[in-house]
Design a binder for this molecule. Structure first.
Ligand code: SF4
Length: 282
């Protein structure tokens, strides 16, 4: 079985060369970036809060994750005012006070899925939860940890492959039928990372069953394109902007390095890990 996830496909969309390093050579940087590490601690602690209803357990989950992942984040705000453990815990506490009913409203916090969507093709990943909305209907939830947001951020997400494919798989798994109406809905919540302010804007994305079903064709077209590039060993570089996005691509040091330097970088800065697990564990 070949395994695909949204993260895997989106990496190919962003830069086929990056896909090559990650999924063909199986190279991963030894250290996660602080942005990824904070997102991971936040996701883990939110899932704990929604599952147990305990704010103390959620804070402990944040710290546990930080330790498990090798203490990538700095400890104090003096060391890093934006992405430190101290600032992360403050934002988490504020979130739990703003949404105290999350544990009641989340019918299922965290839904991992792995489904054979075509012969020999598994689609896998993780939804942040299934939530009951104020009107009694049901939506899947997607949390985003972001340092920038605005109307354009939400507009981009509305028709994004990620949201469409998550709606598609949730529909296929019958998650929306929990309210008897089965309308595909996704509640997007942004956890805004700022050194002083707190903001948790949200948006509800509603699609028709047909729109969601049609997105499956896009998913399969990307799968076929990736399969073709892998069989032809063809991995062109993406747009140069991708190299510097989000603080720089993990593989940027390898980009123009000589053969010798590349070998040495791979030896000391990366580790080879077989398997297709994504950064978010899906
Ligand atoms: S550094 Fe740029 S070209 Fe190289 S893998 Fe990363 S995004 Fe692609």
């Amino acid at each position: 079985m070949e395994k695909f996830s949204y993260s895997k496909i989106s990496m190919f969309m962003e830069c086929p060369k990056k896909f090559y390093w990650r999924y063909v050579e199986h190279l991963r940087p030894k250290k996660k970036s602080p942005a990824l590490a904070l997102g991971s601690c936040m996701a883990y602690s939110l899932a704990t809060f929604r599952r147990t209803g305990s704010q103390d357990e959620a804070r402990q989950a944040f710290v546990d994750r930080w330790e498990e992942e090798g203490r990538i984040l700095q400890k104090t705000k003096d060391d890093d005012p934006l992405r430190s453990v101290a600032r992360g815990l403050e934002i988490l506490s504020e979130y739990m006070q703003t949404f105290p009913d999350d544990p009641k409203n989340f019918i299922r916090p965290e839904v991992s899925f792995e489904d054979e969507i075509a012969p020999g093709i598994l689609f896998r990943g993780r939804l942040d939860g299934v939530v009951r909305l104020d009107d009694g209907s049901v939506a899947v939830n997607e949390d985003k940890t972001a340092s920038q947001w605005g109307d354009s951020y939400f507009r981009r997400l509305h028709g994004s492959f990620q949201i469409m494919w998550y709606l598609w798989i949730a529909k296929k798994l019958g998650l929306f039928s929990l309210d008897g109406k089965a309308t595909p809905k996704c509640l997007v919540r942004v956890i805004y990372i700022h050194r002083e302010r707190y903001r948790f804007p949200s948006d509800l994305i509603i699609k028709s069953g047909k729109q969601v079903d049609d997105s499956f064709n896009d998913l399969m077209n990307w799968v076929k394109l990736i399969q073709r590039c892998v069989s032809e060993n063809h991995f062109p570089r993406g747009d140069a902007n991708a190299c510097l996005k989000y603080g720089g691509c993990d593989y940027l040091p390898l980009r123009d390095a000589s053969r010798r330097l590349k070998d040495s970088l791979i030896k000391y800065e990366f580790e080879r890990k077989d398997g297709d697990e994504d950064e978010n564990g899906s």
